[in-house]
Structure formats: structure tokens, C-alpha cells
Design a protein around this ligand. Sequence first.
Ligand SMILES: Cc1cc2nc3c(=O)[nH]c(=O)nc-3n(C[C@H](O)[C@H](O)[C@H](O)COP(=O)(O)OP(=O)(O)OC[C@H]3O[C@@H](n4cnc5c(N)ncnc54)[C@H](O)[C@@H]3O)c2cc1C
Length: 310
Amino acid sequence: MTKVASARDRILGKLRRRIKGTVLPSESLSKHTTYRIGGDAEILASAADSDDAAAVYRFARREGIPLTVLGAGSNVIAPDDGIEGIVLKLENPHAAIRFSSDGTVHADAGVPVLVLARTAAKKGLGGLVPIAGVPGTVGGAVLMNARVDKEDTASLLVSVEVLTSSGKRRTFRRNEIPFGYRTSIFKGSDWMILRAVFDLHPGDPIHLLEEIEHEWNTWRANFPLEPPNAGSVFKRPPGDYAGRLIEEAGCKGLRVGGAVVSDRHANFILNTGDATAADIYELISEVRRRTYEKTGVYLELEQIPLDSSD
Ligand SMILES: Cc1cc2nc3c(=O)[nH]c(=O)nc-3n(C[C@H](O)[C@H](O)[C@H](O)COP(=O)(O)OP(=O)(O)OC[C@H]3O[C@@H](n4cnc5c(N)ncnc54)[C@H](O)[C@@H]3O)c2cc1C
């Protein structure tokens, strides 16, 4: 056994003793991202709950192992040459959801937004319909300040609990957290979101569930998950739409390898089967170049490139 392989086996063993979730070596990131691309995570640890997440985070920090946090992988571009160290996968439909008597719901970061909205609705609690169409987790929605309808994630929040880089838990109330369009103070930081608390209001369970299904089905009909994609590639420039500008630049249907600009939504890049991250980046550059030349607008990336050495 090589030194590298035995070091990895030691880390695998230590992680498996520390968490309830699974720990896998050489796991393809294509199974964990909605683009269905990416090389292997050197180690992929799936958290069963926020205690698992905190244990992996602290372990990686203490041992000096690079750590990459992943929710549902619905807004990321995973590198072709994989990711060194530990990828901590939080998405888990069974992660904890707790209801409080004051009408709030406390959800672990790994809970899919749709699961949270449905669970609350069954208890006769509404308020999450505006984000029910987001195909990501609570943590990803907070970090990206996701929005599908009139309200963004930030406007529904009461507080967010994070693990700071020193491994301490801290809770921030909504008004202490700067949020922006598709961004929050957590983006680009090395803090991990552990849990979020949302403000809910009473409603009729059947009616709420119908609203949520309607929201999800409408958004999936307009923005399907197949062929594989990661949602909007570029942010909306002030006063305009990235899709409109890309279409004006004649980029619909533009292709590099297995990656193609959607004919339906110009701001979506689709993986037609064998796209690589390199294909996607080359297509992004070409779309940017053509759009800038045609319209004078330089488009800013919304999707998040994951680094091989994150
Ligand atoms: C078909 C489709 C439609 C979409 N439509 C919309 C839409 O209408 N509106 C919208 O806003 N978005 C949309 N998206 C984008 C995406 O679903 C959202 O940005 C979502 O909030 C990402 O959540 P995630 O759990 O998948 O995060 P990921 O993609 O897994 O991660 C995104 C970033 O957050 C970090 N991260 C994730 N969880 C944590 C955590 N707990 N702590 C710290 N960092 C974390 C990751 O490291 C990464 O940098 C769409 C995507 C697809 C595929």
C-alpha cells in the first residue's frame, strides 16, 4: 500500500468512527451534482445530521485536511480532476426538522427545501411556498439567498446557526446578516451553515400542500432538472435579464463538447450526456465574449466553481 493510500485509509477509519453517515473513498462528484459532472471526491462524507456535519468540519480543521461543503450540488461546477481532501455532503431528506411553539421551524442545513415546505404544510404551517421551487437544501438556499418567486430566502428567516472557522457554534439573527441578490455574507467564507430558523404562519394543510405542489411543478415544468444543469449560469444584470442578452448575442444552441446553451432558456447550460467542466467553462467564456461584444454587458457568474484543492 502506498503512503498516500494508507494516509487516506487512516482518515476514512477516523471519520467512520466519528459520524453516523457514510464515508466513501473516490466517490464521483457526478453523482452528487445536478450538472452530473466532476471527477472524484478523494473522500465523500455524508452527514446524517448537524452533529455529523460539525464533527467532520472540526476534524478536517484540526487535521489540516481541505474541506468542501456541498448541499444538493444544484448550483456548482465540480472540477474534472476531482476534489482533494473531504467533500462533506449535507443533503439529506431525513435531517432534523423541529417545530417550536412560537410558530418557527428549525431545520438542519441538509434538509431539502421542498421536504421542509411539505413537512411544515402537513403540520398546518405555511410561509415557505415562495422558495418551494428551489431544488437545493436549506443551507444552499441561505448561502445563495435563493429566490423563485416574490420573496427571497432571507425575508423568510428568523436566524441562522453557523460553525465558525474555529469550530464554535454561533447564531445570527436575520437583521445581523447582510444578504444580497444571490449572495450572503456566508458565500466565500469558511463558515458552515448548520441550521436555519424560519418564521411560519398557520394555514390549511391541504391548501398549503396544493400550493407547494403547484409551485414545484410549475417551476420544474419551466426549469426542468433534465437534461442535467445547475440553474441560471449568470446573475441578472441590473435592469435586464442575462437570458435576453445571451439570446440577443445569438448564443442559443451554442455548443462546446457535451455542453450546450439551452434553446429554451438561454441562461441555462445543459449537459447533453458527456459534458465536462472544461466544456462548460469554455462555453461560459464564449457566451460571455459574444454577449459582451453584442450588448456591452459583462455577465457575472451565478454558478459556483468548486476548486480541486478547496
Ligand atoms: C433546474 C434548476 C433550477 C433552479 N432554479 C433556481 C431558482 O429559481 N432560484 C434560485 O435562487 N436558484 C435556483 N437554482 C439554483 C440552486 O438550486 C440554488 O442556488 C440552491 O439554493 C443551491 O442549494 P444547494 O443545496 O444545491 O447548494 P450547492 O449547490 O450544493 O452549494 C452552493 C454553494 O453553497 C455552499 N454550501 C452549501 N451548503 C452549505 C452550508 N450548509 N454551509 C456552507 N456552505 C454551503 C457550497 O459550498 C457552494 O459554494 C436552480 C437550480 C437548478 C438545477
